[in-house]
Design a protein around this ligand. Structure first.
Ligand SMILES: Nc1ncnc2c1ncn2[C@@H]1O[C@H](COP(=O)(O)OP(=O)(O)OP(=O)(O)O)[C@@H](O)[C@H]1O
Length: 290
């Protein structure tokens, strides 16, 4: 099944043009959608999840016209929004049963098998009787994945799923997601570049409602190959470097700024060639250097 987005536009009543002529084709596997805050990622995700209307354009998922046949989409959609509410004092098992009933699973035996399977899949089976509202952030996100897998969706959308998770929980979450990505389309919307590098073969970069890149993560890295140089500098020297060079990132390493500079030609004076990262591509694209 292939998801095809064509000339998609959305402008909110306050005038913000959140989606500008978006064209994107997404196949089975993990797809990373990267963009800074306000780029339009959630607007796109919500439109795909049939939760809001577009002004113009088309979206097809296999044979389904997503913008028109919303019920058909919902049958094969799993959506994990940025924030999801849970009922207080309701156990994971009860909540999954409740959500499965809402999705039309009215046979208790079949539903119980599915709920148990999902709880095992996300490693929450031993915590199934605890209230979801008492779960840690990571457990809650794993529960979120379980609820979005009810009914074996063909399209899974997860919006900023790893914010606030510690490294161990993030890894567990990654592993579950990439397993799902072997079978269906998974769209991971995030501003965390590392999430995309580790999980996704294909990706897109969005900013201010526009699509700046779509393709493989490897091809994205090729765009800046040999053009990124790094140097550790003193804090006081930073403004001077900012004036002289195209600094695309600036991180503290051992308390000293380490700058990444984009340059078409080789740089000397203490600069060394950096190993290109997706973060460099991201910032180079946002700064319209490539
Ligand atoms: N319902 C709305 N009404 C008006 N403007 C909105 C609405 N939802 C989003 N926006 C605006 O549209 C733009 C895109 O927002 P969106 O939430 O899609 O971006 P995002 O990339 O998901 O950002 P974030 O990571 O912060 O959620 C922003 O400028 C935002 O303020």
């Amino acid at each position: 099944m292939i998801l095809t987005i064509t000339q998609l536009n959305k402008q909110y009543a306050n005038g913000v043009h959140a989606l500008k002529d978006i064209n994107l084709t997404i196949e089975k596997g993990m797809f990373g959608l990267l963009g800074p805050n306000g780029a339009g990622k959630s607007s796109l995700m919500r439109t795909l999840a049939t939760l809001q209307e577009a002004d113009s354009g088309t979206i097809t998922l296999g044979e389904i016209n997503v913008l028109k046949e919303k019920d058909e989409v919902r049958k094969i959609l799993g959506y994990l929004p940025q924030e999801f509410g849970v009922y207080p004092r309701t156990s994971a098992t009860d909540l999954l049963h409740h959500l499965a009933v809402l999705k039309g699973f009215d046979q208790k035996k079949e539903r119980t098998e599915m709920v148990d399977y999902l709880l095992q899949k996300v490693n929450l089976y031993e915590h199934r009787k605890k209230a979801v509202s008492s779960y840690s952030g990571g457990m809650r996100q794993r529960f979120g994945i379980a609820q979005c897998l009810i009914g074996s969706p063909k399209l899974v959308i997860v919006d900023e799923p790893t914010a606030g998770l510690d490294p161990g929980e993030r890894n567990r979450f990654y592993n579950i997601l990439s397993e799902i990505g072997e079978q269906v389309i998974v769209i991971l919307s995030t501003h965390i570049v590392q999430d995309v590098r580790e999980l996704c073969t294909n990706m897109a970069i969005m900013d201010k409602g526009m699509l700046l890149y779509s393709g493989t993560t490897d091809n994205a890295l090729d765009l800046i190959k040999g053009k990124i140089f790094e140097k550790r500098v003193d804090k006081a020297e930073l403004p001077q470097y900012q004036e002289e060079f195209q600094i695309i990132s600036n991180k503290l390493v051992g308390g000293k700024p380490q700058i990444h500079v984009f340059s078409e030609s080789s740089l000397n004076n203490g600069f060394i060639k950096a190993e290109e990262t997706l973060e460099d591509v991201f910032f180079a694209k946002l700064n319209q250097l490539i």
